[in-house]
Each structure stands twice: as structure tokens, then as C-alpha cells.
Design a binder for this molecule. Structure first.
Ligand code: 5GP
Length: 239
């Protein structure tokens, strides 16, 4: 498969057309950003760690019945995916209160959220990704009511599957953000599932193992991304 012209470039990934119908190549770059791009750096190998973890999770989810855009890795930071029409929703599942839910609502950090909370934001940097509710999502015609119901069901199933595989590695899945896209009538999980889009806490020490290390300068980001990527993908307990 040959990489062709650039289709889209985001804060940490670039997407390219290919010579194959309905296939795109996603390049996981070494850029890292936080606070709507207010903090930016380039960290060597960061793209590889996120691509490796994303590929591992997409493969695991597919094997467990979740439809994803993932086909294969071309090299450690280039992923072949199904071409989707992305839906501008950030679907966030929260198992433990942390981050914006603690800043914006009277939750105490660390409180268990059982059942998990689903929060859906509008993906729009210029508007700072405002939180939506079902009525706004439907009024904006971003998805149909049936699609919204399905997306929430799949998000909870993904949460169940990811939480289990991470718990086996001694990691709590605090929360994560996923995005979906359409091909025809089908909805697939797209984007990535990585240390940039999950909040992970070590079960024993409570240490952050995700982008919060970068956001809040809690330690050596790349040493932690490397360690957590190894822990997740080289566990020998591939589900
Ligand atoms: P929060 O709303 O607490 O900032 O984020 C909740 C979870 O969703 C965190 O795991 C965070 O990393 C992820 N998340 C929220 N918004 C974004 C975003 O715009 N990009 C990425 N990569 N992850 C996000």
C-alpha cells in the first residue's frame, strides 16, 4: 500500500490518503500537546508508544466484537485504517472522578463512579469542546437517537473490556475518550486509544501513567509512556 497526499493533520496525528480504496494511513507523530494546544512539545518515540498501545487495544476490541477502523501497522508509527466520516463527538467514559468533572462539578477526586458516567463533548477546539446533552446532540443532527443509544452501549462495552485488561496489569482505567465514525450505515470506533486519551492510575501507588504526567509535570513523560506501553502490550497476557 502506498501513502498518498495528506488528508488531515491534527495536534498529534496526520492522516493520509492511500492508493487503496477506503483505506487511510494514520501517522502517530511525536508531538504532544495539552490545554487546547497551549502547551506543546516534541518527544522522541511518543508516536510509537501511542500507536503500539492503540493497535493493541483495537485488535483486542475487534476480537471481542467491537467494530474498529484498525487494519494493521505498517511500521511502529503508521497505522492502516478504514476510511470513516468522523462524527464530531468526544465520548468520555469515567470510572473514577478526575480531571474536568472534578474541576466543574462537586465531585471529590478519586470517588468511584459506579455505574460509570458517560459524558459527551462537542469536538471543536475553537469552542473548547463544550459538553453536550442528548437533546443538543439530536438537535444538531450529529447522530440519530438510535445511533446515540448504540454509541453509548458500545462505549460501556469498551470500558468493560479495557478496564479488565488494564486491571490485570495493575492499572485502574480512571477515564478515557473515544471517537466514532461512519462508513455507510455502519458506525466504527476510530481515532486512537492511548496514554494521550486515557487517564490511568497505578493500582498500588496511585501514580499517573498517562498524559497528566505531561500536563502537570509529574515526572519523565517518555519514561512513563515507555513503561506503560510495555506493561500493556508486552504483558504476555494478550487477551
Ligand atoms: P477531562 O474531561 O477530564 O479533561 O478528560 C477526560 C478523559 O478524556 C481523559 O482521559 C482525557 O485524556 C480524555 N480527553 C478529553 N478530551 C480530550 C481531547 O481533546 N483529546 C484527547 N486525546 N483526550 C481527551
Amino acid at each position: 500500500m502506498k501513502q498518498k497526499n495528506l488528508l488531515y493533520t491534527g495536534k498529534a496525528k496526520s492522516v493520509y490518503h492511500t492508493d487503496t480504496k477506503d483505506r487511510l494511513i494514520v501517522e502517530f507523530r511525536d508531538d504532544i500537546t495539552a490545554f487546547d494546544g497551549g502547551k506543546k512539545d516534541v518527544l522522541k518515540n511518543k508516536g510509537n508508544y501511542n500507536a503500539g498501545v492503540s493497535a493493541f487495544f483495537f485488535d483486542y476490541l475487534e476480537k471481542n466484537g467491537v467494530k474498529t477502523h484498525f487494519f494493521t501497522m505498517l511500521d511502529p508509527h503508521h497505522m492502516v485504517v478504514r476510511k470513516l466520516e468522523m462524527i464530531p463527538l468526544e465520548v468520555i467514559v469515567r470510572n473514577v472522578a478526575a480531571g474536568s468533572i472534578v474541576r466543574n462539578y462537586p465531585f471529590r477526586e478519586g470517588t468511584l463512579l459506579d455505574p460509570p458516567l458517560i459524558v459527551i463533548d462537542y469536538k471543536d477546539d475553537a469552542r473548547h469542546d463544550p459538553m453536550l446533552n442528548d437533546e443538543i446532540i439530536i438537535a444538531l443532527k450529529l447522530v440519530t437517537p438510535a445511533e446515540l443509544k448504540k454509541i453509548k452501549k458500545v462505549a460501556l462495552e469498551i470500558n468493560r473490556l479495557l478496564s479488565a485488561v488494564l486491571a490485570a496489569q495493575g492499572i485502574t482505567l480512571v477515564d478515557f475518550k473515544i471517537e466514532f465514525g461512519r462508513q455507510g450505515k455502519m458506525i466504527y470506533l476510530g481515532d486512537e486509544i492511548s496514554m494521550d486519551s486515557m487517564r490511568l492510575w497505578d493500582k498500588k501507588t496511585g501514580e499517573s501513567l498517562d498524559k497528566d504526567v505531561y500536563r502537570f509535570e509529574k515526572g519523565d513523560v517518555m519514561a512513563i509512556y515507555n513503561r506503560v506501553a510495555q506493561r500493556i502490550t508486552k504483558s504476555g497476557k494478550k487477551p
